[in-house]
Design a protein around this ligand. Structure first.
Ligand SMILES: [Zn+2]
Length: 496
């Protein structure tokens, strides 16, 4: 069997062009010779793309060829090649330079102009740029490059480095739209805020820090990540039935990069519909950098130490307590060494002694009683202060001291968790997948060899969070209004 594939293009002038694209030969039928091979498909797409681009540009230039006032054709001054990378191959396009018409009607500052200049705002086609950005934010630059080469007739020179440059350019462009940094972002006064319509339910914002390996110098640097979750909208609640849990939207950045961290966070919350009279709850692990970031962002904000981080520390303490000697072991040691019962040399702290204290500390913290919790922590520290502590006791004591500092520093952010819990309020976001894991670990620390510059990590995070939030297409549509017109919901195909 012989199959001839040709392309028929009817230009706006009515002129018809027909081009033979390729000829396919098929002899014996087997599963692998059935239909198009990937290779044939790629070659076909590349050919169609080239013909289509040529025809479109020719038609575009023809339409602009004559002066709009006198109808005289613009004369040629020269041309230069433009290399355009598309999802279906890279092509060199001649960009002509024309002399402005002598009638003077359009004689501006320059005597010549390039009719294609306004069209080619970038040399990478948005479709390709979108694919590169989307997949490189989910997996490594190298894997993305290999995948795209596998399925598309991509230009052979497209390497992981080319791709990285494209992706970072997208991130920089999205960064450029961020407004100036300010101390306060919400204007007005409580009286004005009261006039606003009743807002949706509280907006919960989880902020956390994670670490990635540094590329230039040994060590790591901190990346701030977070997720905001709206609890419900007034309309949903009125509609009856349980509304589906609203999806969280994540954000991430490196604080030293580009500054404006507070503006970044504010804009993130604003696009989620945050209003001046809305109840906003910030949940964090109490780190200074994170806390300073969230303060003053919103007048109605409540700042809470995430219960998850409190329990994490208490769990570590319980583990360490398990390493301590039991009363029976301490007594046996004393007998073996023939020491007096009040001899200081055998003084130790028994596991049975501290475990009830740890339970009480947890209980007090759960009810927001930091005063009693701190009292107990201090007395526990005092008990552990023996003349010759064991290695295990030293470790335990250090952890108790750390807990004291932690609770002391975060007193103002420790609410009555128990009460909030019973009222159905959010006191932790740990029940969802860790944001640090979702935003950073899966892409940026999954391999030991992965190392980043703060700038590279920061920029990648800007596109990665957009992809995770399913917002990348909207961003591209802002830049290129005709990019992937939204499909009406009823006929929408399942997304990838
Ligand atoms: Zn003219």
């Amino acid at each position: 069997m012989k199959v001839e594939l040709s392309l028929k293009i009817t230009l706006p002038t009515g002129e018809v062009g027909e081009h033979l694209l390729s000829t396919l030969e098929r002899d014996e039928l087997s599963l692998e010779t059935l239909g198009l091979s990937l290779q044939e498909g790629k070659a076909l797409l590349r050919d169609v793309q080239q013909r289509l681009i040529e025809a479109q540009l020719d038609a575009f230039l023809d339409a602009q060829r004559s002066c709009t006032t006198c109808g005289e054709a613009h004369s040629n001054k020269g041309k230069h090649p433009i290399r355009l990378r598309t999802a279906f191959g890279a092509f060199e396009v001649d960009s002509p330079r024309w002399r402005r018409c002598a009638c003077g009607a359009d004689l501006k500052v320059t005597k010549t102009f390039s009719p294609l200049a306004a069209l080619f705002t970038g040399h990478v086609h948005p479709e390709l740029l979108y694919l590169e950005t989307k997949w490189a934010s989910l997996m490594s630059y190298g894997l993305t490059t290999a995948l795209l080469h596998d399925v598309l007739p991509l230009d052979a020179t497209t390497s992981a480095v080319t791709l990285r440059n494209h992706v970072l350019a997208v991130a920089k462009r999205s960064e450029a739209t961020l407004g100036e940094e300010r101390t306060n972002f919400i204007d007005g006064c409580p009286a004005q805020w009261a006039q606003l319509p009743v807002p949706d339910g509280p907006l919960t914002v989880e902020i956390d820090g994670g670490y990635v390996r540094s590329y230039r110098k040994p060590g790591v640097f901190e990346v701030i990540v977070g997720k905001s979750i709206g609890s419900f909208s007034r309309e949903e609640r009125g509609g009856g039935g349980t509304p589906p849990p609203p999806p969280g939207r994540c954000f991430g950045f490196v604080q030293s990069e580009g500054g404006k961290s507070r503006r970044r966070l504010f804009e993130h919350l604003r696009t989620q519909g945050m209003t001046a009279n809305q109840h906003v709850v910030f949940l964090s692990d109490g780190g200074d950098t994170v806390r300073n970031l969230q303060l003053y962002l919103h007048p109605q904000a409540e700042h809470i130490l995430d219960w998850f981080h409190v329990t994490m520390r208490l769990t570590v303490l319980s583990q360490l307590a398990k390493g301590l000697a039991t009363k029976a072991q301490i007594e046996a040691r004393r007998v073996a060494k023939k020491l007096d019962e009040d001899d200081e040399k055998y003084a130790d702290v028994a596991r049975e002694q501290v475990e009830p204290d740890l339970a009480s500390i947890k209980h007090y913290l759960w009810h927001g009683n930091t005063f009693r919790a701190l009292e107990l922590i201090r007395s526990l520290e005092f008990e552990c202060d023996v003349p010759s502590p064991s290695k295990e006791l030293k470790k335990f004591e250090r952890a108790v001291s750390e807990l004291r500092v932690y609770i002391n520093n975060n007193q103002a952010f420790i609410p009555n968790y128990g009460e909030k819990y019973h009222q159905g309020e959010t006191i932790t976001t740990a029940f969802v997948e860790s944001t640090v894991n979702q935003v950073i670990s899966k892409r940026m620390v999954k391999k030991q060899s992965m190392a980043w510059t703060p700038k590279g990590a920061h920029l990648l995070l800007q596109v990665r969070t957009r992809v995770l939030n399913d917002e990348l297409e909207d961003l591209f549509r802002e830049w290129h209004p005709a990019f992937r017109p939204p499909v009406p919901l009823t006929t929408a195909a399942p997304g990838i």
